[in-house]
Design a protein around this ligand. Sequence first.
Ligand code: ZN
Length: 316
Amino acid sequence: MPGKDLLVGIDIGGTTVKAALISLQGEILSQTAVRTEHMTTEEEIAKVAHAIGSVAGDDIDRVRDVGLAIPGVVSPDDRLIQAPNIALDLPGLMEELKNVFPGAGVWPINDANAAALGELWKGAGTGTSSLVFVTLGTGVGAGVVVDGKIVVGIDGMAGELGHFNVEPDGRQCNCGLKGCLEMYASSRGLVYLYKKHCEEQGVEPVPLEHEAHALPIFEAARKGDAPANAAVADMATYLARALAGVAVTVNPGAFVIGGGMSGAFDLFGPLLREEFVARVMPAGRGTPIVPATLGNDAGALGAAYQALTKGSVDLP
Ligand SMILES: [Zn+2]
């Protein structure tokens, strides 16, 4: 009987499922990815679970726990409450994974929460026990870690920082509210702010391929473009409002900024810090605001970390 000394971290995305075999110390030993857009029928689930199982090779019996990062709201009792961007039968996938990894526990977690734990375990948050991870992409997500544990909340809603109000009666958000952070600090939000400033200044915008194409705006800002710099400054200010609100709520040891837009952290990070300091109580002004360091590995690592901590409860 082999020892159970390995973890598997799975990161479910909109078009790809990534899986990593991870040691109990958090070292990634091997990785695989499978393209899929639907996991609802038995055949689809079996195909994905089998591909995930291949990441462990001959060591499949050594897998102790499996963590599953999902782009959706996961309730405290492991139900998928809301996942607008994927077609997933979560109970079906969990059951199939238990077949593929005999004797292993399978633990689902929201993907931003997983990334927060990943950064805490092996990334920008090592050395602190409480952090808030914010992911800036086409949307805005976040994970709140207090005393080493993710804060899920009664309904799984904790950390939905994308829907923190930063502008009274502001832009209409998909969630039904107005003025949510996501409407200003996501890539879509930045494009909106940029076009608004171009219009106000009577400047023709640089070509953008779609409504979430933020990269050219950051490039223009680096070259000194006035509307682009105004948009980046607005984005930083909106984000600072939300971080200041979170700081007086959980007083984290660090804010870790990830997601596609964090590639421009050198550009907006100093502004973000300045605006944050101007809005937070004096005691919180020293809170570090740092870029994430794990990139695409954060979700799988954090899912594995949560599986490690949850799974250990059941160990003899
Ligand atoms: Zn919203």
